[in-house]
Design a protein around this ligand. Structure first.
Ligand code: GLY
Length: 591
């Protein structure tokens, strides 16, 4: 019986043997990716390379990437869906394509020295074709040549067999998916339509090979990329369950100690609630352990984190757990994952403190909020009004999704649109801003975003000049409208310091400096004084962006080619995020 760790090692060894360079996992909170709040798939950190930029490690890569997706959050509680998960992936950047990718997948899945899954328990799906891209008969032929019978090869449309882009635009393409026959139905389904992709649980998807040869443009067209890429994704949790003959991912060693703890504390144990608690708190631990200045809050990353923690606490009440849960569960996860993911142990105190603070904040209002909710639900008819949902949010700290979930459990709805209007009115944020907060993909690699990205490098350099070299980046998030930059510094900046920083940045912009990119090992980059605050593997080749005379940073880009393209730089806000971490919001205006 293979453990998850053994599966991971086998996977990396297999692909290393096929000429792939093993690259490190990037943080769950993207380093400089303006397109999304979280790394939702292994492709995110690789987008510039899928678009044609040469990757310093070569054309064949493999990794295990920490991912966080909230689109499947309503499925969490079943056997195999998660918010946070670990994804094994192999990548071809303009190197091999369908035939080799599928052959390698098959060998790894069924080969005796690898996973050795019986061939007759596997079915596959291929893209059925539509107006944007043709039917993928090529993949089907490769599967047949490997001995997969025709009746085990299904064709499906875009909803099922298309992957990407990561944000609104970018690399994407049809995929072929591999399913394992579990033999266990978790839910009823339509017998006739049952097969791979059916939600009953009889078939579970373990791997997909995406053939990324398209680029989705802003106006929704699919144009050919300059190179044909392969992006595969194999969920480690699901694969571990398959290899261990476990009925769900929660019975594997990746979750089991936490599930047992929850059971031991529950007065009225509920399996689905326990899975939600286990899933959400694992996600929260990994997000906090990234140590990128993200703490529970009402906006963006912080809001997702808050939702995860509060929903877990709410479900702990469903299980009849009375005391606090977050700290002890986090400790168990740090024990389970700490060896492989050293950031968990390194940031243990920060993780525990933030979880404790958030649990304390929510626990203070949860009981009263639940009473208020029951009162509202009893009198609302079929739908809870936007005003009442807002009251629960504002006065009792109920994220709208919790109100919706509670309402659903009682067969009622919530006027979410009304809630968003209330929220916009009260927080004086535009409706657009509200929408953004609820979406996971924010922007794209638009010109505006790229200008702000280069401005972020100049800002960091200016901050280190004005406030001192101890300033370290904690996180950044960029949309076409503004940049946000978190950094270590103990005090509020004075108006004079803010002006000095703006002047320095605008000075560099006026000088019209060419931005240069080169590739070197992380040690060479550091020796030359490039800023590289995020963990990199020894000897790993990285790209370094230099703005001579101003800044030099390890970064995947993209950037403008000359600082004169940026526009006028202006800081619009400087505030505290947490103890010792400040946040700047800034914009650029085209002159
Ligand atoms: N390989 C694409 C994904 O599953 O994320």
């Amino acid at each position: 019986m293979l453990t998850a760790e053994e599966i991971m090692h086998k996977y990396l060894k297999f692909f290393e043997g096929k000429g792939h360079a093993i690259i490190e996992s990037k943080p769950v909170i993207p380093e400089n990716d303006p397109t999304v709040l979280f790394t939702t798939a292994g492709m995110h950190p690789l987008v510039p390379f899928l678009l044609g930029q040469p990757h310093p490690a070569g054309k064949r890569l493999a990794n295990v990437q920490k991912c966080l997706r909230t689109d499947d959050i309503d499925e969490v509680g079943d056997a195999s869906h998660h918010t946070f998960f670990l994804m094994l992936g192999n990548w071809s950047l303009g190197d091999y394509f369908k035939k080799e990718a599928i052959e390698m997948s098959w060998e790894f899945l069924t080969g005796k020295e690898w996973l050795g899954i019986p061939k007759d328990r596997i079915a596959v799906t291929c893209f059925a074709g539509d107006a944007d891209a043709p039917r993928d008969d090529e993949s089907a032929r490769v599967w047949e040549s490997l001995g997969v019978p025709k009746e085990r090869i299904y064709f499906k449309g875009k909803k099922d067999n298309w992957w990407g882009p990561a944000g609104l635009t970018g690399p994407c393409g049809p995929d072929t998916e591999m399913f394992y026959y579990t033999g266990v139905k978790e839910r009823d389904c339509d017998q006739d339509g049952c097969g791979p992709g059916c939600h009953c649980g009889l078939w579970v998807e373990v791997w997909n090979d995406v053939f990324m040869e398209y680029n989705k443009t802003k106006d929704g067209r699919f144009e050919r990329l300059s190179q044909k890429n392969v992006d595969t994704g194999m969920g480690l949790e699901r694969t571990a369950a398959v290899m261990q003959g476990a009925k769900s991912d929660y019975e594997t060693e990746l979750f089991l100690p936490v599930m047992e703890w929850i059971r031991s504390k529950s007065a009225k144990y509920d399996e689905k609630s326990a899975r939600i608690i286990a899933d959400h708190l694992r996600a929260a631990v990994f997000v906090l352990a990234d140590d990128r200045g993200v703490v529970p809050s009402n906006v963006e990353h912080g809001y997702i984190l808050r939702r995860l923690i509060r929903r877990a606490i709410r479900h702990a009440r469903t299980c009849g757990i009375s005391g606090s849960i977050c700290g002890e569960i986090a400790e168990i996860y740090i024990r389970i994952y700490g060896d492989m993911w050293p950031e968990l142990a390194k940031n243990r105190e920060f993780v525990l403190r933030e979880l404790w603070l958030e649990e304390k904040r929510f626990a203070e209002t949860l009981e009263r909020g639940m009473r208020e909710f029951e009162r509202i639900a009893a009198h609302c008819g079929g739908t809870i009004s936007g005003k009442d949902a807002f009251l629960l949010y504002q006065s009792y700290g109920f994220p709208i999704e919790i109100t919706e979930e509670l309402a659903r459990e009682r067969g009622k709805g919530v006027d979410k649109h009304g809630f968003e209007e209330e929220l916009a009115r009260h927080q004086e944020i535009s409706r657009e801003g509200t929408k953004h907060k609820f979406a996971s993909g924010l922007a794209d690699f638009s010109e505006k975003t790229v200008r702000l990205h280069t401005a972020t490098h100049l800002l960091q350099a200016a901050l280190r000049k004005v406030l001192g070299e101890s300033v370290q980046q904690k996180g950044s998030n960029i949309t076409p409208e503004r940049l946000r930059f978190d950094f270590t510094y103990g005090q509020k900046m004075t108006p004079e310091q803010i002006r000095q920083v703006e002047d320095l940045v605008n000075g560099w912009i006026r000088q019209g400096i060419s931005v240069r990119r080169k590739e070197e090992t992380i040690e060479e980059a550091r020796e030359e004084g490039a800023l590289a605050f995020f963990a990199h593997k020894y000897g790993e080749k990285v790209s370094v962006y230099e703005i001579p005379g101003a800044s030099k940073e390890v970064c995947t880009g993209p950037h403008v080619s000359n600082t004169s393209e940026i526009g006028h730089f202006k800081i619009v806000k400087e505030e505290a995020v947490s103890a010792g971490v400040r946040r700047i919001k800034a914009v650029v205006e085209q002159g």
